[in-house]
Design a protein around this ligand. Sequence first.
Ligand code: UGA
Length: 490
Amino acid sequence: MIDSGNSNQESLREATIAVLGLGHVGLPTALGFAELGREVVGADGDPSKVALIRAGQVPFFEPGLSELLSKHLKSGRFRPVEDVDAAVRSASILFICVGTPQREDGQADLTQVEAVAQVVARNLNGYKLIVEKSTVPAITAQWLKRTILRYSNGKAAVVTPAANEGTANHFDSHLEAGVSAANFEVASNPEFLQEGRAVENFFHPDRVVCGVESARAREILTEIYRPLPCPLVITTVSTAEITKHAANAFLATKISFINMVADLCEKLGADVAGVARGIGLDSRIGPDFFNPGIGFGGYCFPKDLRAFMHLAQEHGLEFSLLKEVERVNLQRVEVFIRKVRQALWVLQGKTIGILGLAFKPGTDDVREAPSLKIVQALLEEGGILRMYDPQGMPNAQQVFPEAPGRITYCTSAYDAARGAHALLLLTEWEEFRRLDLIRLRDLMELPVLVDGRNLYDPGAARQAGFEYVSVGRDGATNLALHSPVETRVA
Ligand code: UGA
């Protein structure tokens, strides 16, 4: 708790943080704060999840997270609890990290955010800074305020910027001034963590964005993030909310752009890897998120794109550029299936090995994974599937249960290749890069490799005896010069 007895800096450092929601965002965030030396209460309304976490088990796969969890369960700086009300009472800084799934019409479903606001409202026992970390539309802060005021039975008052400015000791000043002990304010601190790299991203972010409405909120968030070596961008709340949506929408745009360039490269006998390198070295463009393939998936890009378009539409703007980004992405599955058909002709009755089910490497998450859409399409065409993913199989099994003679989950990539007429690479796991291609080929009925992520070097794959198909590189006529070669100009 922040109390008026300490100096301002000490109050800031000692203030307990509550992280509400312990999913892919909340758990890495909570443990990241604990590692930065903060006292953190992590709350989640799902008692079985909390029990698992308390027992030192991370409920999903995220590299480096279980080490941090055991470290901070031991240090006592991270306390997982299922009582969200108690967590709110115990802390002055609340990070909202609950899910914001997508509704049928593309809007973000803010049910869980509203529920948290109600919990906050009934547990206001002093100043609270309520920080949105979940991805939310740009009007959410207003709704949070309204909801807390509504449900607090007149106990709460929103801190106004004017009440905070012009003093170095904001906590103490507001308490000393006798302002209601149930004051609160809302800030936005969007997360940019990537699944599979969340721990690394937390400690080495490109930037931290904080949308605040008062000097006090700015000071609290600046103090929390002070140890991180990156620019801190302080904005208004709605600017921060939009920054999050715009970042994801822009990255998704880059992916759809390079996917279209890849298709054009195929038609013209060019190599998309060379194009991506050639444009990515332009510092105005940048090299990342230029890997073409089967398209983007996961819990964030597809849903955030739709929510951003919906938000624009609600405010009278047609963000048609993003509609096209989505359309191009949805087409990727068909573009890929066409490649498989071109390689195998009839799919009915063919055994197809699948390497990779997770929506990207480093995670067990299969939500909106393009790989699962491909699996669905292959099943509809009568394919017999042998599937393997290092982490994603338990989640994939929830969607496509094992079915003898149709769907087999395998013990390794080699097992998936056994007797296959084609092998499809759908997630670029590092362990797939290191496979012995000759051994793989020898296990197969036909040596067909369709690489949906451009993981392999075309020359090496063909040298291993594969009929090799990839994305945006197959039209290139001179295979020896397939990979872009760089030389320095003196
Ligand atoms: C994304 C953003 O990158 C994070 O900054 C953000 O915090 C997060 O969403 C979120 O909103 O919570 P994430 O969904 O974990 O992170 O995964 P990404 O690494 O961005 O990949 C998204 C999808 O794009 C994957 O399916 C991946 O395979 C695909 N992708 C990525 C490509 O097809 N090509 C690329 O060059 C890069």
